[in-house]
Design a protein around this ligand. Structure first.
Ligand SMILES: Nc1ncnc2c1ncn2[C@@H]1O[C@H](COP(=O)(O)OP(=O)(O)OP(=O)(O)O)[C@@H](O)[C@H]1O
Length: 417
């Protein structure tokens, strides 16, 4: 395929240049949920990449990205096939990790400091910039925590583990094995993982560096230093005044590779890739389920009276989501904020995986209502804005988001109004 793209670079450029610079705008799907933000980061194209960029942030509409692929038409000249994707925040190839921290991730720190659970996931194809992004974000989080500008006395503890399939390892104890066991309350404990107290910036930096050096890596076609496991950095922030704690998770997910990339590496790598893809699929269902549950939260008292159950979120189906039970459990009472950064490589050579990543990012979004009031960005005590849907709005939402037609007014009024 790469050969076909290389042969047709000038054809591709002329087709892209002839495109309408202001295509038909995407219909807004309403205000994003401030507690669940899905973003995309487009990394710069590397200098040795021979193919042009196929990933274009749309200048006429915020947070929309166009992907133009060249299709090898069997009975004619190559044609352009275009797709567009919308997310809550888009960071282009000039954006720095500092900007991403300022605009997207920084809020998670005071939120966890005040007792909430803040989670960041970096998702994307291998070589798309996940580790590049998360490792700098970890340093910026550490600087904020250690600068002393946040109010109150806290003790800070750090654990960094690595999940490969169902096996887990402590990256701060020479990659010693740890067991994931459920306690009597059904909470998955990381037995054997050491929680390190952190006193200053130097402590934190040393722990992050130690973990990076122990991360299990094996080369893939796309990235010679590819990480084949999910790295979970957990920072527990204990309030000295009342003993309560907040949690911050920074998660560098294993690279999602296409079958074409792993085929060259044999059966073990194929099995490993399959396991990674399954855990990413369960994660998608959990993030989406959680976002849906948050969007529906205002209607729960009424639903419970009608004898309805909390939505099912399949967090037990993978080791990654079991460890993150309190992020995903619909019965969990703790306030959560989640940020996803979908990382993409803009090159035409990677256009297939890039489309998969952007499709994945879009699937995580559960749009809210246009006029929904945002919650207090930093306080976990803030209650979600009460989302009161009219029946017409609800039917419009169903039409735009699911494949079947809403049937009767009465049905929706009973459940959601
Ligand atoms: N925003 C960026 N600016 C400059 N270089 C970048 C950027 N993002 C990624 N890179 C470079 O691209 C290469 C691959 O990045 P990285 O290792 O972070 O990918 P990854 O998605 O974590 O891959 P894997 O899943 O295989 O671990 C690295 O050499 C990294 O320095």
């Amino acid at each position: 395929m790469e050969h076909f793209y290389l042969e047709n670079i000038s054809k591709y450029q002329s087709l892209v240049d002839a495109l309408d610079p202001c295509p038909k705008p995407r219909i807004s799907q309403g205000m994003p949920d401030p507690n669940m933000v899905v973003s995309v980061r487009i990394r710069p194209r590397s200098e040795d990449e021979p193919l042009p960029s196929a990933t274009f942030p749309r200048s006429s509409q915020e947070n929309v990205v166009d992907i133009h692929d060249l299709y090898n038409h069997p009975r004619g000249t190559p044609i352009l096939r275009s797709n567009d994707y919308q997310v809550d925040r888009l960071f282009n190839s000039n954006s720095t990790t500092e900007e991403i921290y300022e605009n997207l991730v920084g809020d998670l720190v005071p939120f966890a400091w005040n007792g909430g659970i803040g989670t960041l996931f970096a998702y994307g194809q291998t070589g798309s910039g996940k580790t590049f992004t998360v490792s700098r974000l970890e340093e910026l989080v550490a600087e904020t925590l250690m600068k002393g500008n946040l109010k109150g006395e806290r003790d800070i503890y750090m654990t960094i583990i690595d999940l490969a399939g169902n096996a887990a390892f402590d990256l701060l104890s020479n990659r010693g094995p740890i067991s994931l066991l459920d306690d009597s309350e059904g909470i998955t404990q990381m037995v054997g993982a050491v929680e390190h107290p952190v006193l200053d910036m130097e402590d934190m930096r040393a722990l992050i560096e130690q973990a990076t050096s122990f991360r299990r890596t094996a080369p893939t076609l796309k990235n010679p230093a590819s990480s084949r496991s999910h790295a979970i950095c957990r920072i527990r922030i204990r309030n000295r005044a009342d003993g309560s704690d907040g949690l911050l998770y920074l998660i560098d997910l294993a690279g999602s590779e296409g079958a074409r990339d792993v085929a060259a590496h044999g059966a073990d790598r194929m099995r490993e890739a399959r396991q990674i893809n399954i855990s990413l699929s369960v994660l998608k269902d959990c993030i989406r389920g959680k976002a849906q549950a948050q969007a529906d939260s205002a209607t729960w008292p009424k639903r419970e009276k009608l004898g309805q159950k909390l939505p099912h979120i399949p967090f037990r189906q993978s080791a990654l989501t079991r460890v993150l039970k309190h992020v995903f459990d619909p019965a969990g009472a703790r306030a959560c904020k989640t940020v996803v950064i979908a990382c993409v490589n803009p090159s035409l050579a990677d256009v297939g995986p890039t489309k998969n990543t952007l499709r994945f990012a879009e699937m995580l979004r559960v749009p809210g209502r246009e006029s929904a009031t945002t919650t207090n960005e930093t306080s976990p005590d803030a209650k979600s804005a009460a989302i009161q849907w009219t029946n017409t709005e609800l039917k419009e939402w169903i039409r735009a988001n699911v494949s079947f037609e809403p049937h009767s007014d009465a049905h929706y009024i009973t459940i959601l109004n």
